[in-house]
Design a protein around this ligand. Structure first.
Ligand code: SF4
Length: 120
């Protein structure tokens, strides 16, 4: 899985929601995923990603509470470690942001899916 815009050296510059939106589009393009077509929904997630980036220095998943430490949050830095099995089972990631092409053509809204991240 490629993550073109989430490298440690980029933590110093503040990210805007537009930056996060670009990040989303680039990640989707690099991985062959579709972005949720609900523009407002994606804008809200982009805003959450930008807030998390500016708070922690990395794109912490906007749907989860992290620890604020990169090492401990490593599995839930977007795109998270759970996207592949979630997409395989449900067609989309936990947040409903990234869809498989097969799910996207069905034109269905993502549903809430179980949290795959193990509890501590
Ligand atoms: S659930 Fe989706 S939005 Fe959240 S980190 Fe994983 S890939 Fe990113």
């Amino acid at each position: 899985m490629n993550n073109p815009n989430n490298t440690p050296g980029q933590a110093s510059r503040k990210k805007t929601a537009q930056d996060a939106r670009l990040f989303i589009e680039r990640v989707a393009q690099h991985n062959g995923w579709s972005v949720n077509p609900d523009r407002q929904f994606v804008d809200d997630l982009a805003e959450g990603l930008a807030v998390n980036y500016n708070r922690h220095g990395y794109f912490l998943c906007p749907c989860r509470d992290g620890d604020g430490e990169r090492e401990r949050d490593r599995d839930i830095i977007c795109p998270c470690d759970y996207i592949t099995p979630d997409q395989q089972e449900f067609g989309h990631c936990f947040c409903g942001l990234f869809l498989t092409p097969e799910f996207a053509v069905k034109n269905e809204a993502p549903t809430q899916i179980p949290e795959r991240r193990p509890e501590e």
